[in-house]
Design a protein around this ligand. Structure first.
Ligand SMILES: C[S@@+](CC[C@H](N)C(=O)[O-])C[C@H]1O[C@@H](n2cnc3c(N)ncnc32)[C@H](O)[C@@H]1O
Length: 274
């Protein structure tokens, strides 16, 4: 049976999730920020974004604010970072982690930002657009608040790129097909579509870098891939009875043998406003 598509992921409206789910997802943001492969993606994005001292930057969909604080260190005391997220839970988590750096935490929607035109020198938007209803409208809004000559740095996942090895191929294909079936094309393919979206908005100097993340053991993969995370509640699974248990048993065996492998490409795409 085909799984039902989810038009909105839990990240699209964190605050209306059951409190345990919200807590799990907020904690996941922190673990992801520490993961070496996510750090590698962010290094790539930092190199492409090149934050400069004195700049005012927007982190759109800032989550727990790890990147906002890192950007604040780069822009220094004469600069400023606006960390915007529409979830009160993530904004509260970001405030708890605040380190005194020059970050202003704002609650709001990336598709309707309460800032005047041309307010910021650059925007970072990481793993957010796959969760918004209209990514192009959100990008238009990010462009509106950015001054001419400023730049956008968009980072997003390409779920269609997910592949496994070390586990039985048929079972892995079932798991991947189930995920593909539940996601809309926008959610599935956001990473690879970012370049096209910036080109169609006529941004200049568009760069696109695919960063393929390697997960060489189940514990490492579980931080980023929900279908390898045993803490995702069993009732959130939509596969046929028995598939989840068989999958985790095979994942564990592959981990014990040392030949578990998962790969996922995350795209870093930048562009400059004329
Ligand atoms: C997967 S998390 C990524 C957070 C952060 N950018 C990071 O990379 O750690 C997605 C974030 O986007 C936020 N979000 C989703 N839709 C949003 C919207 N329309 N406006 C503002 N924030 C949104 C969620 O609340 C969540 O914090």
């Amino acid at each position: 049976m085909k799984p039902a598509q989810i038009e909105r992921t839990p990240w699209a409206d964190l605050d209306s999730q059951p409190s345990e789910m919200t807590a799990m997802l907020v904690a996941a943001l922190e673990s992801m920020g520490r993961h070496p492969e996510i750090r590698r993606v962010r290094e790539t994005a930092m190199a492409a974004m090149r934050p400069q001292p004195g700049e005012r930057l927007l982190d759109a969909g800032a989550g727990a604010g790890d990147v906002a604080r890192r950007l604040a260190a780069a822009v220094g005391p004469t600069g400023e970072v606006l960390a915007l997220d529409h979830s009160a839970a993530t904004t509260a988590a970001a405030l708890r982690r605040h380190d005194g750096s020059n970050v202003r935490y704002l609650t709001g929607d990336v598709s309707a930002i309460d800032l005047p035109d041309d307010t910021v020198d650059g925007v970072w938007c990481e793993r957010v657009l796959q969760h918004v209803d209209d990514a192009d409208a959100a990008i238009t809004e990010l462009i509106r608040v950015t001054r001419p000559g400023g730049r956008l740095c968009l980072v997003d996942t390409d779920w269609t790129s997910l592949a496994f090895d070390g586990v039985p191929g048929r079972l892995a294909r079932t798991i991947v097909a189930d995920m593909h079936g539940r996601l809309t094309p926008r959610q599935r393919d956001m990473g690879r579509s970012l370049r096209r979206r910036l080109v169609s908005q006529r941004l200049a100097q568009v760069t696109a870098t695919p960063v393929t993340c390697l997960f060489g053991d189940p514990a490492s993969a579980a931080v980023v891939l929900p279908m390898v995370n045993p803490n995702v509640p069993a009732d959130a699974w939509t596969t046929a009875p028995g598939v989840r248990d068989a999958w985790f048993s095979d994942v564990e065996s592959a981990g014990a043998r040392g030949d578990f492998l998962a790969v996922l490409t995350i795209w870093v795409v930048t562009g400059t406003l004329d």
